[in-house]
Write a protein that binds this ligand. Structure first.
Ligand SMILES: Cc1cc2nc3c(=O)[nH]c(=O)nc-3n(C[C@H](O)[C@H](O)[C@H](O)COP(=O)(O)OP(=O)(O)OC[C@H]3O[C@@H](n4cnc5c(N)ncnc54)[C@H](O)[C@@H]3O)c2cc1C
Length: 541
C-alpha cells in the first residue's frame, strides 16, 4: 500500500517549467515587437533557445556553482584568475552568439538595433541574470570608447566578435573580448569625484595606482576606469595585459559575498601602476563614462522587467496546476486578483522599457532625445525599484515552495533589488530627473506636455500633471524628487500603452495614476472583464 501511495499521481504539485518560447508565450512582448516592426521569427528562435529546459538548467547550475578567485598559483606567482563553472561559459557563449553584447553597434540589424537587442536581453535575463553583467557592460562601453576613435579601432573588431573566448591571454590573441567598468571606490560610488585612484602620465599611456571597491566580471579583457589624472577625474581603458604581453597590475583582493547575482563575480581590486590609455578629455571622466552609464541604465530597466516576467510566468504556471479545496488556484477570485494585478503592472513596464529602447534608436530626433534624457532615470527608477515587491508577490503564489532554493523563485527574489542599486540608486535617479528638468527646462516641459496629451486619451491627467509641474518649479523639489520621478514614469507608462494601442491603458491609468494608493498587489479593483485576458497574455501556452 505504502509503495502504491508513493508512486501515486502528482501530489498536486505543478509540473516542471521549461521548454517554452519566451517570445511567443509573452503577448505584451509580441505586441511591442509588432509595434516597432521587428522580426518575430528571429525573436522566436532566440525565445525558444533561452526558454529551453536545457538553458534554464544552465542558469540553475551557474548559480549553484559560483565563481572562485585564484590570486596565485601553487608556486606563489600572481595569476589573478577567476574560475567559472562551464554552465556560466555556456550562457556567455549563447548571449554573445546572439550579439546581445554587440548587435546594437555592428550594423547587423539596421532597423531598430537597440530595440531588437533589448528584446533579446529581456528574454536572456529570464533564464539567467548574472552572466548578463559583462554582456551589458561590453554593449555599453562602445558609447564611451566612441570618444577615442584610435583606441576604439584597436578594440572594436574583438568587441563586436560573436565568439566567446574565456581564455586569460592578451586580447590580440583572442577570438573575442568583453569589457568591464570600474568606478566605485570604498569612499564613494555615487560621488565618483571623490575617487582617489590616480594616473601618472608615461608618454602615450598612464599608470594607475589605487583600488576599486566593486569591479564586476573581473575576467573581462579590459575595464573602463575612472582615476584622477593631471586635469582631474578622467576615464581610462585598462587592459588585463600590457602591450608587451605581461600581466597588467590588477591585483584582485577577493570576490564579494553577495545577496544574489551568484553566477557573476564582483571583485575588490587594487591597481599597482597598471597600464591604461586615456578615453576622452583630461578631467572629462564623468562626461565620458556617462555615455556608457546611459546605456547600462536602459539595460537595468529592461532586465528588471524580464525578471518580473519570468517570476510571473512561473507563478501563473504554478497556480494553473495547483488546487486548493479541490479548485485550481488560477480559478479562485482572490488569486486571480493578484496574478492579474501583477500582469497589468508588467504590461506597463514592458510598454515603458521598449519605448525607452525605441527612443535610444532615434536620438537624432530632438524630441526623442529630450524624452530619453528625462525618462531614462524615471523609468529605471520605477521598473527596477518595483522588482522586489513584484517578485516577492509572485513567489508567494507558490506558497511554501516559493521559499525553496530548489525552485528558482528564491533566486529571482535575491536578484530583484540589484538593478535598482546599479548605475545610480533610487534617490540618484530621482535627482537626475530633477537635474534634467532644471538644465533643459523647456525640453522637459515639452516632454511632460506631450505625455499628458497622449495619456489624456484614456484618463483625466490634469491634476497629476499640474502637481508634477508645480514640484518642478518649486524651490523644494529635491524633497519631493521620488514623488516626481514615480509620477513621471507612471504618466509615461500610460502614454506608452496608449501609443501601443493597448486596451489596458485606461485601467492602468485608473489604478496606477489616478487611483487611490494601495500597498499590495491584488488589492486594486480591475473589474472582471480583464482578468482572464491579462493572465493569458502574461503566459500564453
Ligand atoms: C553586485 C554589485 C556589483 C557591482 N559592480 C560594479 C562594477 O562593476 N563597477 C562599478 O563601478 N560599481 C559596481 N557596483 C557598485 C554600485 O554601482 C554602487 O554600489 C552604487 O553606484 C552606489 O554607490 P555606493 O555603494 O557608494 O553608495 P552611496 O553612493 O554611498 O549611496 C548610498 C545611498 O545614498 C543615496 N544617495 C546618494 N546620493 C544622494 C543624495 N544626493 N541625496 C539623497 N540620497 C543619496 C543612494 O541612492 C544610496 O541609496 C556594484 C554593486 C553591486 C551591489
Amino acid at each position: 500500500m505504502a509503495r502504491a501511495f508513493l508512486e501515486d499521481a502528482s501530489f498536486n504539485q505543478s509540473p516542471a517549467f521549461g521548454d517554452m518560447d519566451l517570445f511567443a508565450s509573452d503577448r505584451p512582448l509580441v505586441d511591442a515587437a509588432n509595434l516597432y516592426g521587428l522580426d518575430a521569427v528571429a525573436l522566436s528562435t532566440c525565445g525558444r533557445d533561452f526558454g529551453s529546459a536545457q538553458t534554464f538548467e544552465l542558469g540553475r547550475i551557474a548559480n549553484e556553482n559560483p565563481p572562485r578567485l585564484r590570486t596565485m598559483d601553487g608556486r606563489g606567482n600572481r595569476i589573478d584568475s577567476v574560475e567559472f563553472h562551464p554552465a556560466y561559459h555556456a550562457l556567455m557563449a549563447k548571449s554573445i552568439g546572439y550579439g546581445i553584447h554587440s548587435s546594437a553597434h555592428d550594423g547587423s540589424e539596421p532597423h531598430a538595433p537597440m530595440t531588437q537587442r533589448a528584446m533579446r536581453l529581456y528574454m536572456a535575463t529570464q533564464t539567467e541574470s548574472g552572466h548578463l553583467c559583462p554582456i551589458t557592460m561590453t554593449h555599453a562601453c562602445l558609447g564611451a570608447l566612441a570618444a577615442e576613435p584610435d583606441l576604439l579601432s584597436d578594440w572594436k573588431a574583438k568587441i563586436l566578435s560573436r565568439l566567446y573566448d574565456p581564455a586569460l591571454k592578451p586580447s590580440p590573441l583572442k577570438a573575442g573580448v568583453t569589457i568591464g567598468m570600474g568606478m566605485t571606490e570604498r569612499q564613494g560610488g555615487t560621488d565618483v569625484r571623490a575617487n582617489i585612484s590616480y594616473a601618472v602620465a608615461k608618454g602615450d599611456h598612464v599608470e594607475i595606482t589605487g583600488h576599486k571597491w566593486f569591479m564586476s566580471a573581473p575576467m573581462c579583457d579590459a575595464f573602463l576606469v575612472l582615476a584622477q589624472g593631471e586635469g582631474g577625474l578622467t576615464c581610462y581603458l585598462m587592459p588585463r595585459f600590457r602591450p608587451d604581453g605581461s600581466l597588467n597590475g590588477l591585483r584582485f583582493q577577493r570576490l564579494k559575498e553577495k545577496l544574489g547575482n551568484k553566477s557573476n563575480a564582483s571583485s575588490e581590486v587594487e591597481f599597482h601602476s597598471a597600464y591604461a590609455r586615456r578615453v576622452g578629455g583630461e578631467g572629462q571622466g564623468v562626461r565620458t563614462i556617462i555615455e556608457m552609464v546611459q546605456l547600462t541604465r536602459i539595460d537595468c530597466a529592461v532586465a528588471s522587467a524580464g525578471l518580473m516576467r519570468i517570476a510571473l510566468a512561473q507563478a501563473i504556471h504554478h497556480i494553473r496546476n495547483r488546487s486548493v479545496f479541490q479548485r485550481r488556484l488560477a480559478d479562485q477570485p482572490a488569486m486571480r486578483a493578484v496574478a492579474t494585478d501583477l500582469a497589468l503592472e508588467l504590461e506597463g513596464h514592458v510598454a515603458l522599457v521598449f519605448r525607452l529602447a525605441h527612443a535610444a534608436d532615434h536620438l537624432t530626433d530632438a524630441k526623442e532625445a529630450a524624452w530619453s534624457r528625462l525618462m531614462t532615470p524615471a523609468i529605471k527608477y520605477l521598473v527596477c525599484k518595483g522588482a522586489p515587491q513584484f517578485v516577492y508577490e509572485a513567489l508567494e503564489c507558490f506558497g511554501g515552495n516559493g521559499y525553496s532554493e530548489e525552485l528558482p523563485m528564491a533566486r529571482y527574489y535575491r536578484e530583484a533589488p540589484l538593478n535598482a542599486i546599479w548605475e545610480g540608486s533610487g534617490n540618484v535617479m530621482a535627482l537626475d530627473v530633477l537635474r534634467a528638468a532644471s538644465r533643459q527646462g523647456d525640453a522637459a516641459t515639452g516632454v511632460v506636455d506631450r505625455l499628458a496629451r497622449t495619456a489624456s486619451e484614456v484618463c483625466d491627467v490634469t491634476g497629476v500633471v499640474g502637481e508634477l509641474k508645480q514640484i518642478f518649479q518649486s524651490g523644494d523639489a529635491e524633497r519631493r524628487a521620488r514623488f516626481l520621478c514615480e509620477g513621471l514614469a507612471r504618466l509615461g507608462a500610460v502614454a506608452a500603452l496608449v501609443e501601443a494601442g493597448s486596451s489596458y491603458a485606461g485601467i492602468y491609468a485608473r489604478t496606477r495614476l489616478a487611483g487611490a494608493p494601495v500597498a499590495q498587489f491584488g488589492a486594486r479593483d480591475l473589474g472582471l472583464r480583464t482578468e482572464t485576458d491579462l493572465m493569458e497574455r502574461a503566459l500564453a501556452v
